[in-house]
Every structure is written in C-alpha cells, then in structure tokens.
Design a binder for this molecule. Structure first.
Ligand SMILES: Cc1cc2nc3c(=O)[nH]c(=O)nc-3n(C[C@H](O)[C@H](O)[C@H](O)COP(=O)(O)OP(=O)(O)OC[C@H]3O[C@@H](n4cnc5c(N)ncnc54)[C@H](O)[C@@H]3O)c2cc1C
Length: 387
C-alpha cells in the first residue's frame, strides 16, 4: 500500500540555496515544505557578505555559473520579481598594493574579457586611478560595472515569502527512507512524505554524509557605525582575494580584505578564510590584520567605530566547486552543498536549475556541462548516517 504524499518536495535547510530552490519549485506549482533545524538564514546565509560578483570567481565553471546567475538575479530584481529592492547594482573596485596583486589584476581583466560581459572593466588602473579617498599604498585600481550586492538573510526572506511555501522550524532532518513511490523524511517533529527531498544543509551536510569532502572554512567580519556621507560607491576588494580563491591557497602577505559599503551607510569589512568550524571564534590577531589593511587603503575608516564583529562558516569542497545533484544510492534525494564563499551570488541560478532537476527536466541550455561538473558522482559519498 503506498503512503499518502504530504508534499511534492521537502527541502531541508532554509539557507539561500534551499530558499531559492523552494521559490523555483513553488513557481512550478509544486507543493513544497522547507524545514530548518534552527530557522531561516541560521547559518552561512545569515553571517556573510553578499557580493553578487563574477570578478571574484575562479575562471571556468564557477565564473560561467556566476555570469548566468548575475544575469538571472538582475531579472528577478525587476519590479514584481522576488529580489526587487533586495539586489542592488553598484560598481566594483579591485585594488593592488604589491606586485603579486598587480598581476592578479591583469588576470582579472583577461578573465572578464574572455567571458564577454555582463561585467565590464571601465578603468584598468593603468594611469589615472579615478577614485578619490584611497590610501597612498594603492598602486593600481581596476573599476568594474555590472555587478551587485544582496545580503543573504534578506534574499532568504524574499525567496521564501514570494511563493506559497510551507515553512517548518525548528525541525531537524534526522534520516530518510526512499522507496519506489517516494521518500519518507524523519525529522525531530515526526515524519513527512514527499516525492523527492533536497538537502541544502551547508556545512552540516558533512554530519549526514561523513565521507563527503565538505570542510568548514570560517570567515570573520566587522560592522562599523553609519558614515555621515557615503563616498565609496561600491565594494573595495583586495586583489589578494582573487589569489585566495585560486587552487594554491598560499599564505598571502596582504590579507584579502573587502570593504563593503552597505545601503544603511555602514561598512561591512571582511573576511578571513580559516580552516575551522567554530562560529564563536572572533580573535584579535585576525581583526587587527583586517582593520589595519582596511584603514590603510580607505583611510576614512579610521574615523568609524566598530559596532559588531562576527564569524560565519563557509562549506568548502576540496576541488573548490559546489556539490549539486542526485545521490547515486538514493536518486530521490538531491544534494546541494559546498557553495563556500559564492552561495549568495549563485543562489538564483542554482535554485532554478535544482528545481529543473527535481522536475526531471533538462537544465538550461548552455549550462548543462557546468551543472553536470557539480555532480556528487565525482566523489565517493558512502553511506548516510542519522543527524
Ligand atoms: C564570511 C563570509 C562571507 C561570505 N561572503 C559571500 C559573498 O560576498 N558572496 C557570496 O555569494 N557568498 C558569500 N558567502 C558564502 C555564502 O554565505 C554561502 O555560500 C551561502 O550562504 C550558503 O548557503 P546554503 O543555503 O548552502 O547554506 P547555509 O546558509 O549554511 O544553510 C544551511 C541551513 O541548513 C540548516 N540545517 C543544518 N542541519 C540541518 C538539519 N539536520 N536539518 C534541518 N536543517 C538543517 C541550517 O540551520 C541552515 O539554516 C560568504 C560566507 C561567509 C561565511
């Protein structure tokens, strides 16, 4: 006897990836429930910056997916779209203070020209720097247009409220059992029956799949008070950030600081990349390095006060790409994790493509190879264990 279905799809994890997937499934007319062990944006999505940036991505699959997601995010931010008023366009600035960073800026320019838009280099920094207020150690500044920003927790709220989605929290995914007709999801509150499940658990995916090569990578951030005027029109990012994202994560002489002017008039200054998973660890040595470099390149910050510091935990995968696709042993379960420092940017396109996978439809033309490069099949996943 087959059990009655409560939902077409249960999504475990109300971060930005689970929320975008829920929005896109509901828009297809599916009955969707989203459960979370704590609440919406409780983990990385609520403790991050929100650069929707192609420039910062590794060349190849990640840069192409970011390009597609940037274009799609812009369309979702049009009047009537779920990200209207959440995503905002703004210029981006990448700076160099040492020769290694100058080289990274050259690579950035060639990467962006290879992608052929939508991000354009408006000033390559050879000659006039073109932004008043920089510190004297800045040797070169590349200015971009076409990118934007949205805060993770605002995007989660927007995706979840834009469609008819049932949300259940606190409710923890414990285990599941799939059969020919569906999947029974056991949670801390009871059982849910659905056709499919999407597990978008961020770094906690590793608790359910101990063999999954997902590792915690902490990032510390600083929030300042409101500046009276806002002379910095977009994020000011160290070129060492581009080096930190490449395969060789060697020790950088200058920390990969990002100075992000928020719409509130505050600055969000981040962030470190540390191989541990303790969100309560905010330490003086790391803060000192971030603050020192931030004030060095944007001296006006010296007049600001720090009102808050916090840390978020990214879910990093050993090959630097997310893990997205059906679990080989359990095709009714789709995994979506490992977005490291790119999940806010990729959320729009990944939610759309995961919804297509769930519906059994082909992913978007032109993205098929990139999406299939994210398959969990590239790793030995092993058996799941209960949370
Ligand atoms: C310091 C920092 C800066 C960043 N800056 C940027 C940036 O500028 N641009 C960008 O694109 N990205 C950035 N990121 C990365 C981005 O925040 C993440 O990639 C993204 O938030 C991941 O979303 P997610 O939905 O995969 O996971 P998460 O947001 O971690 O969500 C996972 C959810 O699963 C829930 N959960 C866990 N276990 C269970 C369970 N057993 N049952 C039910 N629910 C469970 C958690 O409570 C959580 O809500 C940054 C991250 C950090 C830490």
């Amino acid at each position: 006897m087959s059990l009655p279905m409560d939902y077409d799809v249960v999504i475990a994890g109300a971060g930005v990836i689970g929320a975008s997937t829920a929005f896109h499934l509901a828009r297809r007319g599916m009955r969707v429930a989203v459960i979370d062990a704590t609440g919406p944006a409780a983990a990385a999505s609520g403790a991050s910056d929100g650069a929707v940036s192609v420039a910062s991505k590794k060349p190849g699959v990640m840069a192409r997916l970011a390009t597609a997601s940037l274009l799609y995010t812009r369309s979702l931010a049009q009047t009537g779209g779920p990200l209207h008023g959440i995503y905002s366009a703004r210029p981006g600035y990448f700076f160099a203070t040492d020769p290694a960073e100058e080289l990274a800026l050259d690579s950035l320019i060639s990467k962006l020209s290879g992608l052929g838009g939508p991000v354009t280099v408006t000033a390559d920094g050879n000659g006039n720097i073109g932004l008043a207020g920089l510190g004297p150690t800045v040797r070169r500044l590349v200015t971009l247009t076409g990118e934007g920003h949205m805060l993770g927790f605002e995007a989660v709220r927007a995706y979840l409220s834009a469609a008819n989605i049932e949300t259940i929290w606190p409710d923890r995914l414990m285990r599941w059992e799939a059969d020919d007709a569906g999947i029974t999801v056991e949670t801390s509150k009871g059982h849910l029956r659905a056709g499919k499940m999407v597990a978008a658990l961020g770094v906690s995916s590793a608790a359910l799949f101990p063999d999954l090569p997902v590792l915690p990578r902490a990032g510390q951030l600083i929030v300042t008070d409101r500046a009276p005027g806002q002379p910095l029109p977009g994020a000011l990012t160290a070129a060492s950030y581009l080096i930190a994202k490449t395969a060789e994560r060697r020790a950088l002489p200058n920390p990969p600081v990002v100075i992000d002017p928020l719409v509130t008039g505050q600055f969000l200054i981040g962030s470190s990349r540390e191989d541990h998973g303790d969100p309560s660890r905010v330490d003086f040595p790391t803060m000192r390095k971030l603050v020192a470099r931030a004030v060095e390149v944007w001296p006006a910050l010296g007049a600001r006060q720090i009102i808050r510091t916090f840390a978020g935990i990214r879910a990093a995968v050993i090959d630097g790409m997310p893990i997205v696709g059906a679990v080989p042993q359990t095709p009714r379960l789709i995994l979506a994790t490992g977005f490291e420092g790119d999940g806010i940017c990729l959320s729009a396109v990944m939610g759309r493509e995961i919804a297509a996978m769930v519906a059994g439809e082909p992913v978007t033309d032109g993205l098929a190879a990139d999406i299939s490069a994210l398959t969990p099949r590239r790793f030995e996943i092993g058996e799941a264990r209960s949370a």
